[in-house]
Design a protein around this ligand. Structure first.
Ligand SMILES: [Fe+2]
Ligand SMILES: [Fe+2]
Length: 261
């Protein structure tokens, strides 16, 4: 931490609390508290599917750590299906469900609807950073490669307008990242590779149905997509997480997000 910069940026309230310490030691404590708050703010811990950083105690559960049975979460079946994840772990999953509904209302092909349904599932349930890549990897063994490719590319495509379909740079990104924000070079590279790819439009359609997918008061149920999932998602008989696939551990991490190891 740059101490000079830190001290210059202290809020009036923090300065008052440090100055108000009755003894030198009380002043030092107040300063330390301010520094630790500042550090917490600046150092982002990757949010890897934890539902809380420190699990709160559950009455009657004397185990020091959760390992497999977490009393705060609904129990998952032994061989969970994609539907079980939406119902028992992802719920309410409004964003992806509404995106898929919007794609359906717009008359999109099933593979686009399927891609919309899956496009952000890591964000609330596993990890946010580089979410297009994580989401694509999670589903790649179970969907057509085109769907996985489109999900991966949507992360980059979100940053690049496409007038041909009326896709504009999201206003939300200006609010989130500032008007001068430039994506990292790897996002430009991904855009370069995607824009002439034969599956470009599948990914572009995710971004198009993504943009307007937050609607207050609209409730969409995963069962509305039962047939589409049945035709477009190869559910492993052993259950997601237990089929020995290269991504099974990702699904298990969502089943048991608070396992000690
Ligand atoms: Fe996304
Ligand atoms: Fe999205």
């Amino acid at each position: 931490m740059d101490r000079r910069q830190f001290l210059n940026n202290l809020s009036t309230a923090t300065v008052a609390s440090i100055a108000g310490g009755a003894t030198l030691s009380a002043k030092a404590d107040a300063l330390e508290e301010a520094m630790s708050v500042e550090l917490d703010k600046r150092i982002a811990t990757p949010w890897l599917c934890n539902i809380e950083p420190m699990p709160t105690e559950v009455a009657g559960d004397t185990r020091p750590w959760y390992q497999h049975e977490d009393p705060r979460l609904p129990e998952m079946p032994k061989a969970p299906t994609l539907r079980d994840f939406y119902k028992l772990r992802f719920a309410p999953a409004n964003h992806v469900l509404q995106s898929a509904r919007y794609a359906q209302m717009n008359g999109m092909e099933e593979k686009v609807i399927m891609a919309c349904l899956l496009h952000d599932i890591s964000v609330e349930n596993l990890i946010r950073t580089d979410h297009g890549y994580w989401c694509a990897q999670m589903v790649r063994p179970y969907v057509d490669e085109e769907v996985a490719w489109a999900i991966e590319a949507h992360q980059a495509l979100r940053f690049f307008p496409d007038e041909s379909v009326g896709y504009e740079y999201p206003d939300a990104y200006i609010r989130f990242f500032g008007a001068d924000y430039q994506p990292e070079p790897y996002i430009f590279d991904a855009w370069e590779k995607a824009k002439n790819h034969r599956w470009y439009m599948t990914s572009r359609l995710i971004t198009l149905n993504d943009l307007y997918s937050f609607e207050e008061g609209v409730e969409v149920d995963i069962d509305d997509f039962e047939d589409i999932i049945g035709r477009n998602f190869r559910q492993p008989a052993e259950g997601l997480g237990f089929d020995g696939s290269p991504v099974a551990h990702m699904w298990r991490s969502i089943i048991w997000p608070n396992n000690f190891l």
